[in-house]
Design a protein around this ligand. Structure first.
Ligand SMILES: Nc1ncnc2c1ncn2[C@@H]1O[C@H](COP(=O)(O)OP(=O)(O)OP(=O)(O)O)[C@@H](O)[C@H]1O
Ligand SMILES: [Mg+2]
Length: 489
């Protein structure tokens, strides 16, 4: 049994296989390496076939093949080696007469040495140069492979030393900082906040952990799952490797699930309260109506009762809308007057619109009934309305308005609803993405990016169309086209 130190020694020791047809030549070649300056183990084989077996079984670091009769020419032997996937430095010794084949490819670790005068003295030097070239080549290739693998990772990878200095980072991280990895190496991670979107919060998290950790880190409007592991670098230098995975989308989805769960319970609550209010309001309206009749002619009292009646009626309408909006039921389509549906949607947001001084302009055309699911279409209108409100409050305007314009498109036999706002508008580069699920420009917890994708789905389900026009800095218009009647599929 070999000991660990013997194993290490044998790893360090270079094993050269000498293939030569007679023992005298083998002996001469062995002797050529007397006094070679690193430890060598010289093994011999009488034929190329035997040599291949030794290589396969025991493994060698290099081969010296004497092109004298060994059962295979040097060229055939090299081809055989490469067909078996063995990439080894090989020196082929050949007579002066067959020097034709002596041209190794640029990547071949082969050398052809003519057996002329003094070749035995030159052999160790040729071997040393070939071995060096071969090792350098392996090193370069593995370095390139490692670097390319490192840079192909889309998560951020950083290696940081104990003084928070960045020793290495991958391309994804550098790109997000708007820099080249070379510029980042050597910087203290706290310094990074000056560049790009990675600010101090990540760098502080990274530097504060001495042992392995995994935790969520929020930075700007992104959420990362950060993991760090201690590592000892060559030379005993202590450092840590950190991997940061962008989980913002996943986080938003989680938020959305919580949100819809909350909405579902809120819906239940609202429908319960709305029922109660509805019953009480029916009483208020009934009694006011009665009083109005009995106190007819009593000037100020009659006016007061009129006001109570109209306010209670408005409340009842809102409550009915709430009941409708929170109702859980299978999709039901009916022939609906879209102008009325818009009115009831606006009524749900009326308080909010008023308190934000947003003027609602109703520019309703005389449009035919459309065959739609009222609740779903109200959801679409509500999504667009809420987006418009948000965009308006983000823009600094003296006059804030949302305009609902409905009209009939004869050639398509469809009803169109245009909702225009004078909010921030949408920049050209993000316009094509706004219907994508989870696309949002709103801060975390403010938007999940599902509103428009759901709206798009609903409108398509109705065989309709939804398009957007926007001018950045001026405002946005969404146009929904709904065919009058659902086409038979
Ligand atoms: N009227 C608008 N003005 C400006 N930008 C808009 C408007 N409507 C939509 N957007 C842009 O489109 C993005 C996607 O809108 P969407 O309704 O799908 O998601 P959200 O409003 O961000 O989140 P959610 O509706 O799920 O709460 C918004 O984040 C915003 O950038
Ligand atoms: Mg939205």
């Amino acid at each position: 049994m070999t000991t660990a130190s013997e194993q290490q020694e044998s790893l360090r020791m270079e094993r050269i296989l000498i293939i030569a047809g007679n023992s005298r030549q083998q002996e001469l070649l062995k002797r050529a390496f007397t006094g070679y300056d690193s430890p060598l183990e010289l093994v011999t084989a009488d034929s190329a076939e035997e040599g291949l077996r030794i290589i396969e079984r025991a493994g060698v670091n290099a081969v010296i093949l004497d092109d004298s009769p060994v059962g295979m020419s040097g060229e055939v032997f090299l081809r055989e080696l490469s067909s078996r996937g063995m990439n080894l430095p090989v020196i082929v010794l050949h007579g002066p007469h067959n020097g034709e084949a002596a041209v190794p490819g640029p990547d071949d670790p082969y050398e052809w040495l003519t057996k002329d005068e003094g070749y035995l003295e030159r052999l160790p030097r040729v071997y040393a140069a070939l071995r060096k070239r071969y090792l350098f080549d392996i090193l370069t290739k593995s370095q390139r492979l490692w670097q390319e693998t490192f840079d192909a990772i889309s998560d951020y990878v950083l290696v940081i030393d104990e003084s928070s200095k960045i020793i290495k980072c991958n391309l994804a991280f550098a790109k997000d900082c708007g820099m080249h990895p070379r510029e980042i190496v050597g910087m203290k991670c706290q310094e990074l906040h000056r560049f790009g979107t990675i600010n101090t919060c990540i760098s502080e998290q990274l530097s504060k952990h001495g042992s392995a950790y995994t935790e969520e880190v929020t930075c700007d409007d992104k959420v990362f799952l950060a993991s760090g592991f201690p590592v000892t670098l060559p030379g005993g230098r202590r450092a840590s490797v950190h991997i940061l995975k962008d989980i913002t989308e996943m986080y938003r989805l989680k938020e959305k699930l919580y949100h819809s769960d909350k909405l579902a319970s809120l819906g239940l609550l609202v429908s319960g309260v709305a029922h109660e209010l509805n019953n009480s309001l029916t009483g208020v309206l009934g009694y006011t109506e009665l009083l109005k009749r009995t106190r007819k002619g009593d000037g100020s009292l009659e006016r007061g009762l009129e006001k109570i009646y109209s306010s209670a009626e408005r409340c009842k309408k809102i409550v009915e809308n709430l009941l409708y909006f929170s109702g859980k039921r299978p999709p039901q389509r009916g022939y609906i007057q879209i102008n009325e549906l818009i009115d009831s949607t606006i009524a749900l947001r009326e308080y909010w619109l008023r308190s934000n001084s947003i003027k609602v302009i109703r520019d309703y055309g005389d449009v035919p009934l459309v065959h739609i699911d009222t609740q779903q279409m109200q959801q679409v209108l509500m999504n667009i309305l809420v987006n418009a409100e948000y965009a308006i409050t983000e823009a600094d305007r003296e006059e804030r308005s949302i305009r609902f314009h409905t009209f009939y498109i004869e050639e398509k036999d469809a009803v169109a609803v245009e909702i225009s706002d004078n909010g921030t508008g949408i920049p050209d580069d993000i316009l094509p993405r706004i219907f994508d699920p989870f696309f949002t420009t709103k801060p975390l917890n403010k938007g999940s990016g599902l509103g428009l994708s759901i709206s798009h789905g609903i409108v398509k389900e109705h065989n309709g169309n939804i398009i957007v026009r926007s001018s950045f800095g001026e405002g946005t218009t969404f146009c929904i086209e709904l065919p009058r009647q659902r086409k038979a599929s």
